[in-house]
Ligand binder design. Sequence first.
Ligand code: MG
Length: 447
Amino acid sequence: MFGTNGVRGVVGEMMTPTLVLKIGAALGSMRKGTIAVGRDTRTSGEALAHALKAGLLMTGCSVVDMGILPTPALQYIIKADDRFAGGAMITASHNPPEYNGVKVIEADGTEMADDEIIKLENRFFADEFDAVAWDGVGRETAAPERIEEYIQAIVRHFPAGIGEGMTVVVDPGSGPAALTTPAILERMGCRVHTINARIDGTFPGRLPEPTPEGLQPLSEMVIATGAAFGVAHDGDADRAVFVDNKGRYIEENYEFGLIEDYVCRRNPGGLVVTPVATSRLIQDIAGKHGCTVDYTPVGSIYVARRMIELIGQGERVSFGGEGNGGLIYPDHQFCRDGGMTAAMMVAVLADHSGKDLSDLADALPVYHLIKEKYPAPDPGALVSVIEEAFSGETIERIDGIKIIRDDAWALVRESGTEPMIRIMIESGDPGIADGMYREIMRVIGQT
Ligand code: MG
């Protein structure tokens, strides 16, 4: 039921108050104590939050309802306050408006790991809930004002007034970042314009996924206002994406690289943790600062858990994230944080005074990426056939197979949701990328 990003489904079909009530009861049976609950701006959020809280309260947990806030804000509040035994966020992140879902948060602010999620699912399917009697039912309080703790935590990360003289445009996409990112950037000294900044679960301006097409009005506003950049968030604001001062969408691996350069210069020689699907650009920039890249399976939770594990082993971890605008700052918290990423871009530009974001983006090495899906009745078998065909080469098996060459790499993985394989190939030379793609397709053609 749970995927790598929690439970998600269409409201009224798979996603119902009954399902969420049972998730609340299962979570409450596992994590006795006070549970923090939050939601994004979806129209179904209020109904599902009530169901979640009912499930928690009937197992004896107390609930603190934080109202509408970004997922990383809820995670930060839980991490920073020892009284919370855990939390849950009603969100479907970047999915369309008809979707909603639940993300379960541990007391340290991280998303619940796979082994604990399996225990929660087992309780869910077995109806194994520790319901309490009338005198043990939990109590609910509300604390929507605590969103302020998150805003302050980000602002105090940077020198006062670092954004002075900088104009920026924020597009929260009618989501919860409307309550945080404009305030964060204003308090850093920026002049802030907004678009789609009224919270609205019908998403009248654009869909929750920030695509280059959906961000056209943001680009136009950046140009019209002479802003240094525009920043947009997904539906729960754990991700941030950017348009530069010329209104051009910054591909997310380049965003990662620009911020990595800033973070690693201040913390050289550490590890940068990212999934195997991320651009080699991240390795190039890590190398500039004596940092090494540590690769994980695809999914932000694996990056966050690996960062924590490495630090536990005494390693120095400088930075982490995914090539989709989901970046993790180890001295802030171990989850993707879109508000922090927006603030970081201000610091990146302040650090390169006199240079525009377009100059910085254009100075990065260019990589060519091919991304394809290929239908396969038995995707696992097809991945094995490809692995066999390339067995004379360097192959990593962190997630599917990654064939690594000096001038290119290819990643072939089973899709988790459909009978197909996903193929990614990257090279600095488009001809080399195309050639490697044809090699893989020849192997597939022979099966
Ligand atoms: Mg998200």
